[in-house]
Ligand binder design. Structure first.
Ligand code: FPP
Length: 222
């Protein structure tokens, strides 16, 4: 969801208002995903590197996550959205953590759309954690080294119950993965669009989907 800051600058607004407009774009994307029968939507809301931003912006984003959940949770639940969060939530305030856990619990039986929000998430960190968990199982004698296959490794990742990513969309003209779901993106189609995240709406989302359906996916075969 790149470009909130640049969108604000272009509109001569404070960065905070760019993030606020970004939330509206998240809401539109969730609605559009449901309308188009998409089963899993993951957004990268805060990376492990985003802590390097000024404290004021970090606090604003944390407050925004809280307020957004406070304001949108009922509607998401009614729409059949199952919420989950990936990333290390432990440095977040207890108040925010409680809000996130309560949202997960409330929506756990929904099945229209899996909506995953990555907060304090890093793909490399996720892989390192999976390695540590497997190593502990080996040390405990519960796992043989030869049993560590790709599918067994995948089970040690945080989103192991969800399918691999089909389509990655990155806005604002950057053509990088930036440590997002690096294992799960192995065979994903990558789609880069110049518009800033707050300008990403139904039209842009459906254009990305149309492009995805035009592509021929061979997964290394012929
Ligand atoms: C990147 O744009 C955006 C972020 C770091 C924050 C994204 C968060 C939201 C849109 C809020 C989502 C809320 C929920 C509850 C899912 P940038 O600030 O890096 O923009 P720039 O590159 O133009 O400076």
């Amino acid at each position: 969801m790149d470009g909130n800051g640049r969108w604000a600058e272009r509109n001569r607004l404070a960065r905070a208002l760019g993030h606020r407009a970004g939330v509206k774009a998240v809401k539109r994307s969730v609605e559009c995903a449901i309308k188009n029968g998409i089963k899993v939507l993951t957004v990268y809301a805060f990376s492990t590197e985003n802590w390097k931003r000024p404290q004021e912006e970090v606090s604003y984003l944390m407050d925004l996550f809280y307020q957004t959940l406070e304001g949108q949770l009922k509607a998401l639940h009614r729409a059949g959205v199952r919420l989950s969060f990936i990333g290390d939530l432990s440095p977040l305030s207890v108040k925010l953590q409680e809000k996130l856990f309560a949202a997960v619990e409330l929506t756990q039986d929904n099945d229209v759309l899996d909506f995953v929000v990555a907060i304090n998430y890093g793909g490399r960190q996720e892989i390192v954690n999976a390695c540590k968990n497997l190593a502990e199982e080996v040390i405990a004698g519960d796992l043989e080294i030869d049993e560590i296959t790709e599918s067994r490794f995948e089970k040690a990742l945080t989103m192991s119950d969800l399918p691999p990513v089909d389509l990655l969309i990155r806005t604002s003209g950057e053509q990088r993965i930036s440590n997002f779901l690096i294992w799960q993106l192995a065979y994903a189609e990558l789609y880069f669009i110049d518009c800033h995240w707050p300008d990403f709406g139904e039209k842009e989302f459906e254009a990305a989907l149309a492009e995805f359906y035009r592509r021929e996916r061979r997964f290394g075969g012929r």
